[in-house]
Design a protein around this ligand. Structure first.
Ligand code: F6R
Length: 241
């Protein structure tokens, strides 16, 4: 595991964007696993900037998002689908057919989950997975559990996650109680993983996840077992590392 501590959020975002840029230059048809939330927003901004400067070509890149709120359709402003288009996809030359997002609403969620996993497999697997981390140690929406999740799962969001994400909704009651997420097993199958964190509030959980015991109660601790993880934190989130 490689740990990069940057001065601030902006530098963390630039470092993460550099890793993605290198991946896309090395392999123009790279398969990227993407996350949403506050943490990667600056990284997407930087990638759009690199694209505008004509350093990057996303025309062959494929993407798979990690998770989605159950019950929110893609046009809901707080859906991860909406987020991805707003902050990234609408600003780059990605082929729309290469964008894969988990449907928050579907007639048959079980079938949708199966299809999604099959599409990842058919793409040859994820080359680089971007992750943020929740205050309770979740990655994707894999909340603390009794075992590391497999395949793709429907999770009940923990109270702390609902509280943390309420900032994006007008009322806390509007935050969906469930989400669909790639399980820990699928995340661990990515060739490379980039875990990002910023802010003092993430310092304790980063220490616990990276140096504490490996256990499903701290889902991110599974990353200690992955052969190619780069952790990028700002000074605040890296304070206890
Ligand atoms: C979202 C995701 C989540 C977030 C985590 C941190 O796609 O996978 O695990 O990374 O909840 O969220 P922020 O970045 O908003 O602190």
């Amino acid at each position: 595991m490689k740990i990069i501590v940057t001065k601030n959020y902006e530098m963390m975002s630039k470092e993460a964007a550099k890793l993605i840029a290198a991946q896309v230059i090395r392999k123009p048809d790279a398969v990227l696993g993407l996350a949403t939330g506050s943490t990667p927003m600056g990284m997407y901004k930087e990638l759009v900037h690199l694209y505008d400067e004509e350093f990057l070509d996303f025309s062959k890149v494929k993407t798979f998002n990690l998770d989605e709120y159950a019950g929110l359709s893609g046009d809901h402003q707080q859906s991860f689908c909406f987020f991805m288009h707003r902050y990234f996809f609408d600003h780059i030359n990605i082929d729309r057919q290469n964008i894969h997002l988990i449907p928050g609403v579907s007639e048959d969620p079980e079938k949708a989950k199966k299809n999604y996993l099959e599409q990842i497999e058919a793409s040859g697997g994820i080359d680089m997975q971007i992750l943020g981390i929740g205050l309770d140690g979740h990655i994707g929406f894999n909340e603390p559990a009794c075992e590391f999740s497999k395949g793709m799962v429907t999770t009940d969001l923990d109270e702390s996650t609902i509280n943390a994400n309420a900032r994006f909704f007008s009322l806390k009651e509007e935050v969906p109680g469930q989400a669909y997420t790639l399980g820990i097993q699928t995340i661990m199958m990515a060739e490379q993983i980039v875990l990002m964190a910023s802010g003092r509030a993430k310092a304790e959980i980063m220490k616990e996840a990276l140096f504490g015991p490996i256990r499903p109660q701290i889902p991110a601790s599974a990353l200690q077992l992955h052969k190619h993880v780069t952790v990028i934190v700002d000074e605040d989130a890296g304070k206890l590392l």
